[in-house]
Design a protein around this ligand. Structure first.
Ligand code: UTP
Length: 406
């Protein structure tokens, strides 16, 4: 894209401010800015005016396999799951395209050191968790790692330098998700630097469409991969390709399944797996009507008690049918560094919007979902913040509880 084309494109979209400092830039910076402008998907800005606001249908609690139910049939599920793994029918997808802004590190979130007396990064801890499964199954599964343009090179280099944590490198596949522009409250796209448009990852909802765009749908087919287990980078107790979970899902006949934990309190900040107009859905904590969140069964348990932990198993067949369907776009109001009056500012308070689609919204499109309850202290140690709730501190305590030496 040359300067004249960029100018016309920006004028047509009311975003001329992106060329405000063009005259000050050197040749290389100019080329980089023009290339950025050529890549902007302006259509996401339409969501600013028609902000997605969820009007909930008729909610009812999800049927779930409880920890007790699972214990009864554990052997059968495990056998089924191990057989599927050994037949190469299951792969995993690590969602590592996020920025981890709350953690305040510029490195990929998975490179964060949660060790105390030794270095133990989140990536390494999760690969250790995987090893427990692959040792038991006696084989490795294909692992897809979703990154973004902002952390792809660093993530790949870290895996390589770490010798892929002993995993077979031919079974690890990196691919990039898309970015979306970030803008002010008024919808003016920010400059991150005078020569760089402010772009951020467009949410984890595009994990499958980006996989397809990278050409991996053909690979999944040729390898006979029927199930994909997606998981978040920020849970250090994440059990990946858990054979019992896989077996229970296959047996259930559902198109997908999600690991859930019992919420500790009505106001806990986790999405809840339930049914909306008969379809499986995840209602985010900020969308859940407080009276429903607080509702209790006769035995005193929360009626809407199953919180999701971003560990889902999806049928590839069903994904192929629905992945082109439009997902709602969520607006995340965040503190976004940007250029203001010629100076780069790093606001401490939210100032503008990022646009994201979410993987949880795919669950509804799948049509059926098994809620699979796991023991929280064994499988859920999210690292979202540096201190306090869901933090490095709380995750360390949970790792120790699970016998991990820090
Ligand atoms: P979060 O919603 O916690 O977002 O991601 P985040 O970007 O990592 O962290 P903050 O909000 O900036 O502090 C949940 C999971 O989804 C992945 C993250 O890497 C994490 O595993 N994710 C999130 C993506 O893969 N892509 C995205 O665009 C956003």
């Amino acid at each position: 894209m040359n300067y004249t084309q960029a100018k016309q494109l920006l004028a047509a979209n009311g975003q001329q401010q992106l060329l405000e400092y063009y005259e000050e830039l050197n040749e290389e910076q100019r080329a980089s800015l023009l290339s950025d402008i050529g890549k902007i998907d302006f259509s996401v800005l339409e969501n600013l005016h028609s902000e997605y606001s969820k009007t909930l249908g008729k909610l009812s609690p999800a049927d779930a396999l409880s920890v007790e139910d699972i214990a009864k049939d554990k052997e059968e599920y495990e056998k089924l799951g191990l057989a599927a793994l050994r037949a190469g029918k299951v792969g995993a997808v690590l969602l590592a395209g996020g920025q981890g802004t709350r953690l305040g590190s510029s490195l990929p979130k998975g490179m964060y050191n949660i060790g105390i007396t030794r270095t133990l990064t989140i990536f390494e801890q999760q690969m250790n968790n995987i090893k427990q499964v692959t040792d038991k199954a006696g084989c490795m599964f294909h692992l897809f790692v979703m990154t973004s343009d902002l952390n792809d090179a660093a993530t790949r280099a870290y895996f390589k330098d770490s010798n892929y944590f002993g995993y077979d490198p031919s079974k690890i596949h990196f691919y990039e998700q898309k970015l979306a522009p970030a803008c002010s409250k008024e919808g003016r796209i920010y400059l991150d630097q005078k020569y760089k448009v402010s772009m951020s990852p467009n949410g984890n909802g595009g994990w499958y469409s980006s996989l397809v765009e990278a050409g991996y749908d053909i690979f999944l087919k040729s390898e006979g991969i029927e199930w994909l287990n997606i998981y978040a980078v920020d849970n250090v107790l994440q059990r990946i390709c858990d054979p019992v979970f896989i077996g229970a899902t296959i047996k259930s006949g559902c198109a997908c399944s999600g690991k859930v934990v019992k919420k500790v309190a009505p106001e806990e900040r986790v999405g809840v797996l339930c049914k909306e107009d008969g379809l499986p859905t995840i209602v985010e904590y900020y969308e859940m009507p407080p009276e429903l969140a607080a509702m209790r069964d006769e035995d005193g348990q929360l009626t809407y008690r199953y919180g999701v932990i971003l560990n889902y198993l999806f049928s590839v067949d069903v994904l192929n049918k629905i992945y082109k369907d439009k997902l709602p776009c969520h607006l995340a109001f965040k503190a976004i560094p940007h250029i203001e009056n010629g100076v780069r500012v790093t606001p401490s308070e939210p100032c503008g919007y990022k646009f994201e689609t979410l993987a949880v919204d795919i669950v509804r499109l799948m049509g059926s979902c098994l809620a699979f309850e796991v023991v929280r202290e064994r499988e859920f140690a999210p690292v979202k913040n540096k201190t306090g709730v869901d933090s490095v501190e709380s995750a360390r305590e949970l790792l120790k509880l699970n016998g991990v030496k820090l």
